[in-house]
Design a protein around this ligand. Structure first.
Ligand code: GRF
Length: 200
């Protein structure tokens, strides 16, 4: 039986698309039950709907500075869709302990660096500034600290002499699209038959 996955996005949604495309394979252990965005203009919402995946914007701005109220609205939709596992895919809003605790051990994120190196934003620029010879991406469990949770999988790419942040980003992104579906599948296999019922 496929696990029901909800994806949170804020923009382009290329990692979301990689997950949707992987999940289209009947043998893949997850189905994408819903895509939620904190921004109405996220391009990924359109891409999801084109592929028949329900996709909804819950604009953070409607909740002003009340982050928990926004997350409760997300939570209601995830619950309604019967979501068992949450995948953050370019979700650019910090999560509060309310959401992180509700999904402890059941929320994954992809980050464009070889964590613990370079948490946060602008990783490609920082890799070049640090003269790193290697870069990559990490899939990890979501915990309270930003980009800090237990690492599930990593993929590595070389940093080349003439790289710019853009060329490096493209090389890493190609690996992200391969890594995220693979890491999610592997994570689900480790869950075996454990029930993921939640006490909402
Ligand atoms: C990716 O590089 C991801 O690792 C980071 O944000 C970017 C999102 O890109 N967290 P996309 O929306 O998946 O295309």
């Amino acid at each position: 039986m496929k696990r029901r996955v909800g994806i949170l996005i804020s923009g382009r949604g290329s990692n979301m698309l990689a997950l949707i495309e992987a999940a289209a394979d009947p043998a893949y252990p997850a189905e994408i039950a819903i895509v939620l965005s904190n921004r109405e203009d996220a391009e990924g919402l359109v891409l999801a709907r084109e592929r028949g995946v329900p996709a909804l914007a819950i604009p953070a701005k409607l909740f002003k500075s009340d982050r928990v109220a926004h997350e409760k609205a997300l939570q209601r939709e995830l619950e309604r869709a019967g979501v068992e596992i949450v995948c953050l895919a370019g979700y650019m809003r910090l999560l509060t302990p309310f959401f992180v605790e509700a999904w402890a051990g059941r929320a994954l994120n992809i980050h464009p660096s070889l964590l613990p190196a370079h948490p946060g934003l602008e990783t490609h620029q920082r890799v070049l500034e640090a003269r790193d010879t290697e870069h990559g991406c990490t899939v990890h469990l979501v915990t309270k600290g930003m980009d800090e949770g237990p690492i599930l999988a990593q993929a590595r790419v070389p940093v080349l002499d003439n790289d710019t942040p853009e060329t490096l980003a493209a090389r890493v992104l190609a690996e992200e699209h391969r890594l995220y579906p693979a890491a999610l599948a592997q994570y689900i296999h480790t869950l075996r038959n454990e029930t993921l019922d939640r006490n909402f």
